[in-house]
Design a protein around this ligand. Structure first.
Ligand SMILES: [Zn+2]
Length: 234
């Protein structure tokens, strides 16, 4: 996986995997006024011509929608989309939650998933595997890339949220509980059958890096978030 930065965009290129070429990346903090600006950038400056940008309405749930070979999804609630179609660009919008991209070099399926703590405890990772398995994905070869999200350095939660996580992902520092969402997600991906060397990403904390990333918790009412995207060519 290669990474280079231009135009307020991080390219996270899966490159050629098997018979397929998956292109992926995310927008960084930039000159955007609002989310519409960012999506215009993705549509006009990132996605190839004649590519439909798919924008689910994220609801912090566990639903993964399958975009089949015909038709298009529009105006739909989902925190993840999976497809193997060309000419569509899957997106996920985040500012502290984990944006997760997956690509299977065997079947050609790819996915973009929004994983916050609510989606995680609701089982969105397990749902992705269940749907992917049904579609014939090969998880032993699937690559996963995650973008920056709020780190255990800053993700302070109340006891009712901490109780939803295995205690190995919760740390008590001076009476405040912090959750390591990334650690919990990584652990779940591996226990479901992904190979450690096939998963990774940008592990920066969004809250600790205000020059590069938006952070929901830090920025409060910012009208902009990061958009992480993936599409397949050939
Ligand atoms: Zn931090």
């Amino acid at each position: 996986m290669m990474m280079n930065i231009a135009n307020h965009q991080t390219h996270m290129m899966f490159d050629k995997l098997g018979r397929f070429r998956f292109m992926a990346g995310m927008t960084l903090r930039g000159p955007w006024r609002d989310e519409v600006d960012v999506y215009k950038f993705v549509e006009h400056d990132v996605a190839p011509p004649n590519t439909r940008v798919i924008i689910p309405i994220q609801v912090h749930g566990s639903v993964i929608s399958h975009l089949g070979d015909a038709g298009l999804l529009s105006n739909f609630d989902a925190d993840g989309v999976i497809t193997r179609r060309e000419n569509v660009c899957l997106t996920v919008t985040t500012a502290d939650c984990m944006p997760i991209l997956a690509a299977d070099p065997i079947s050609g399926y790819f996915a973009a998933i929004h994983v916050g703590w609510r989606s995680f405890v609701a089982g969105i990772i397990d749902n992705f595997f269940q749907i992917g398995r049904g579609l014939g994905m090969s998880f032993s070869r699937t690559r996963v890339f995650w973008g920056p999200s709020i780190g255990s350095c800053c993700f302070a939660v109340g006891p009712e949220v901490a109780a939803l996580f295995d205690e190995s992902w919760v740390e008590n520092r001076n009476g405040v509980l912090y959750v390591d969402l990334k650690g919990a997600v990584q652990d779940r991906l591996i226990s479901l059958g992904l190979v450690g060397e096939n998963i990774g990403g940008i592990s920066d904390c969004t809250s600790c890096n205000p020059d590069r990333y938006y952070s929901y918790r830090r920025d409060k009412n910012s009208p902009v978030q990061m958009v992480t995207f993936i599409y397949r060519t050939a």
